[in-house]
Design a protein around this ligand. Structure first.
Ligand code: ZN
Length: 314
């Protein structure tokens, strides 16, 4: 269809021509936002009742998701789960005794970025109800008493600062003293940069405690969940007697973009996923969240068999 073009000159206007000239009182018509009220209002869906699965895009009822340990019932996508929820789903009722529950970080470097570290800590403590990014304690898994450390990604990306390192070290040392197996469930973006070198020191400290634990011939199972990266993967998370991972968890040291830029090579498909690492022998098994407790009990039974036989022989 042919269009006629108008110019200021042909129309004799001083203003730009409009396809539909605006009425004199434009306030009353299309410039005003239409009111959505009364009968026009859509049926309200209360917030926080449904969650859209990022993998299969199904809307999942939150209650169903909670009952399914935050795993999509349609496609088995593993959503992030909080540390408390995870502990609750694994240990026997009322058997968990938390350790160092009130330990909090100190802003030794007086670090200030967009916000000060102190303010960030306070804000995260308020929104998550956690003191830091790990919960530690002793509890029972089936018939086994274990020392359990569970990280929480919602607290500053599960970053490892002095508190995470110290709590885990104390947990491991307690386990060594009491002759208990250690299980650490990791999820972390790495060392906490707000604490600089103090956070990097935690890598050596936790690994040293684990070395003493191994010397006492006690087992340590590391469970990697999405995502476990950087300083945590480069320390206690990768030195388990058994290393398990949840399906599709991202596991690695540097991020894929950094590796791609550094090596100038295309990365293979599935790079840094649990499945990719299992194929190459970096982890021992992929265990779905719903099977985790039973599988851990099975492995603990296997790993402590020798000690039981020695005890039986007197
Ligand atoms: Zn899904």
């Amino acid at each position: 269809m042919a269009t006629t073009s108008f110019t200021k000159k042909t129309l004799g206007f001083d203003v730009e021509p409009a396809v539909t000239p605006p009425p004199a009182n434009s306030e009353t018509t299309f410039l005003k936002k239409p009111k959505l009220g009364g009968k026009q209002k859509k049926k309200e869906i209360p917030e926080g009742l449904w969650t859209k699965c990022p993998k299969c895009e199904t809307m999942v009822f939150d209650k169903e998701l909670d009952e399914n340990l935050k795993v999509c019932p349609k496609c088995s996508h593993h959503f992030t789960i909080g540390a408390r929820e995870r502990i609750h789903s694994m240990v026997e009722t009322c058997s968990f005794e938390e350790m160092d529950a009130d330990m909090t970080s100190v802003d030794v470097l007086r670090f200030t970025g967009v916000a000060s570290y102190k303010d960030k800590l306070e804000a995260y403590q308020k929104t998550t109800g956690l003191k830091d990014a790990v919960i530690t304690g002793c509890g029972k898994l089936g018939n086994f008493r274990v020392a359990l450390g569970v990280m929480d990604f919602s607290f500053l990306g599960g970053s490892m600062g002095s508190v995470v390192g110290e709590k885990l070290t104390r947990l491991i040392e307690t386990a060594t003293d009491r002759g208990l197996p250690v299980i650490i469930i990791s999820t972390s973006g790495g060392a906490r940069m707000y604490e600089g070198m103090f956070s990097l020191m935690q890598m050596a400290k936790t690994c040293a405690a684990l070395a003493y634990h191994a010397k006492a011939k006690l087992p340590y199972i590391s469970v990697l969940t999405h995502p476990t990266t950087a300083g945590v993967m480069a320390s206690y998370a990768s030195v388990g007697d058994l290393i398990l991972a949840e399906p599709a968890a991202m596991i690695g040291f540097a991020g894929p973009r950094v590796i791609k830029d550094t090596t100038q090579a295309d990365l293979p498909p599935g790079f840094q996923t649990a499945e990719f690492l299992l194929e190459r022998g970096l982890i021992d098994a992929i265990v779905p969240r719903k099977e985790m407790k039973d599988r851990l009990i099975y492995y603990l039974d296997f790993l402590t068999e020798g000690k039981r036989q020695v005890a039986a022989l007197g």
